[in-house]
Design a protein around this ligand. Structure first.
Ligand code: FAD
Length: 539
């Protein structure tokens, strides 16, 4: 046996315990022995060094920084369960809270635990991803009878799941636009992208979960077993338990993608076409449907078409926006090379009834991985220019179909003046593909739009690209929606008071409260969402 690593880890453990005693003494009574057993049983460890604590206080939003007093790096589910059980057993005399931290791509400190414990989910190792190939290759079937699936850790990145499942010719069905996010992080919200119109969000494509609740219990759940916990956790903003394992539904993977962009200057024609494409009659026309808004008052079109080939290069080069607001419909059709003739015919057929500006048809062919991982390419470019780690005052909204025109007129016409410091996404989804029993809140209409105003604050704080200006625009948008009762709901929501949360959840608030009292009665979990405050009672 090599004694050196053993001694090293023993020393780290010993130092950790000393630190725990000095830093937790005001609230943590018997941590010394418990931390030893935690390490011995599960293999994970706590970090207390300044760098770890500082990192745990960072996120993609880059606006909120609250340090925890410890970071737990779990190696097994029992590390997480033991940590939470200790905090639970300390009862309401302790201030300690616990936040799961996925890839920390939250926008407003949602994965932070001020003076609490952050659990670094990416260090959770399950013994490999377990794949079930299934007998049912009918990918469009909503019956989960024997669909293929993969069991993954809650701390796994979606990009890794993609690569692993592709080795077996399979792929998850529903995605986010960016894949360097964890399973637990996106399932705690919803996970929405251009496939959601057909398959629903990612939370509609999960068959089973393993959860550590706010009392430290490890529970398996699905629609049929512990269904209340299953539905609570999906879209539950981390409030009811930590997702340690998820069973994700798969379908056969294509190898190639036809990726298409066309422009509209007429918002009505744009949304009419988007809605036509997600309707049940045309549901198979494309595999991915999104869109974005281009506002550029100077008339200079930026790189909306970079890397794309125009159908008619001469006409395309002459196309100018003339300062108009434009709407870009973005489509993708998956295929395998042997089916190319059929796919070309299908694409042509479906493009033929759309009403875009003819000279603006841009088309390219890329591999399936290149398509799904497309935002990572932008990330690398932005990183090389130092523009990735800037503040991101993003605003994501679900807007009911009946009010999307009013919304667009004011927001794209009057409030937003430029979209050059980040994309403005807009695309419709079908509510019937969302399970109303989950915790996520959506508008009360069969079709609603995701509008993502994804600005980066790059300039000095008060300039047009600065944080104050962008936050001001966001406030005006929210106030406008509120004043005019547009029935808009925030996605990746952020509020400051419980009254606002109550209004956000509307009729779902009572059941949200009830679920909280059952699964996390002391309000230990995900304090960074600022929905509940741990009740402290020193008596
Ligand atoms: P974190 O930020 O680490 O955590 C988010 C919340 O979930 C926190 O409250 C945390 O405590 C909780 N949590 C984390 N892990 C677990 C777990 N295992 N169990 C329980 N709770 C947990 N969203 C979309 O829907 N569609 C998109 O297309 C999309 N694109 C994005 C692109 C970029 C560049 C970025 C930065 C974000 C995007 N998002 C998108 C938003 C993203 O889905 C959420 O911010 C998500 O929470 C990030 O995942 P994460 O792993 O970084 O989670």
């Amino acid at each position: 046996m090599n004694i050196i690593p053993f001694l090293r880890s023993f020393t780290i453990l010993f130092l950790s315990c000393v630190t725990i005693i000095t830093r937790f003494d005001w609230c943590f009574s018997s941590i010394t022995s418990s931390s030893f057993s935690l390490n011995a049983v599960g293999g994970g460890h706590f970090s207390f060094d300044e760098t770890s604590l500082r990192n745990a206080a960072k996120d993609f939003g880059n606006r909120f920084q609250y340090q925890p007093i410890a970071v737990m790096n779990p190696e097994s589910v029992s590390d997480i369960a033991n940590t939470i059980k200790h905090v639970w057993l300390m009862g309401p005399t302790s201030h300690l809270t616990v936040a799961a931290r996925g890839h920390a791509h939250s926008l407003q400190g949602q994965a932070q635990a001020p003076n609490g414990i952050v659990i670094n989910m990416e260090s959770l190792k399950l013994p490999g991803m377990h794949l079930h190939l299934g007998a049912d290759s009918d990918s469009d079937s909503d019956s989960y009878s024997d669909s293929p699936y993969v069991d993954v850790s809650g701390g796994e990145l979606w990009i890794n799941i993609l690569h692993e499942t592709l080795r077996f010719g399979l792929t998850p069905r529903s995605w986010t636009d960016y894949l360097h996010l964890t399973v637990g992080g996106t399932l705690s919200n919803a996970g929405v992208s251009g496939q959601a119109f057909r398959h629903g969000p990612q939370i509609s494509n999960v068959q089973q979960l393993e959860i550590v609740t706010g009392t430290g219990q490890v529970v398996n759940c699905s629609k049929d077993e512990n269904g209340e916990l299953f539905h609570s956790v999906l879209g539950g903003l981390g409030q009811f338990g930590i997702i340690t394992r998820a069973r994700i539904l798969l379908e056969p993977a294509p190898t190639m993608v036809k990726w298409i962009r066309v422009l509209y200057s007429d918002f009505t024609a744009f949304t009419r076409d988007q809605e036509k494409l997600i309707s049940s009659e045309n549901n198979n026309a494309f595999d991915y449907i999104e869109g974005f808004v281009i506002i550029n008052r100077t008339g200079l079109l930026n790189n909306w078409r970079s890397t794309f080939n125009p159908q008619d290069p001469i006409q395309a080069n002459q196309f100018k926006s003339d300062g108009r607001t434009l709407f870009c419909l973005e489509l993708a059709k998956y295929f395998n090379p042997q089916d190319i003739d059929f796919v070309n015919e299908e694409v042509e057929k479906h493009l033929s009834y759309l009403h875009y500006i003819e000279s603006t048809l841009f088309l390219t062919e890329v591999t399936y991985v290149e398509f799904l991982d497309r935002v990572h390419v932008s990330e690398l470019k932005l990183r090389s220019k130092g523009l990735w780690d800037v503040p991101h005052p993003w605003l994501n909204l679900f807007v009911p179909r009946s009010n999307i025109h009013k919304f667009a007129e004011v927001v794209f016409g009057n409030i937003l003046t430029e979209t050059s410091n980040g994309p403005v996404l807009i695309y419709p989804v079908n509510k019937s593909k969302w399970d109303n029993r989950s915790s996520v809140v959506t508008p009360d209409e069969e079709v609603f739009y995701l509008v993502g105003i994804l600005a980066s604050a790059v300039g000095d704080s008060s300039g047009n690209d600065g944080i104050e200006h962008i936050e001001g625009e966001n406030r005006r948008i929210l106030e406008y929606c509120e004043r005019n009762n547009l029935g808009v709901k925030q996605y990746l929501p952020h509020y400051n008071t419980q009254e606002e949360w109550k209004a956000h959840f509307g009729p779902k608030w009572e059941s949200f409260l009830q679920r909280k009292s059952v699964y996390d009665p002391l309000a230990i979990l995900a304090p960074g969402q600022r929905i509940f405050q741990k009740a402290i009672n020193f008596s």
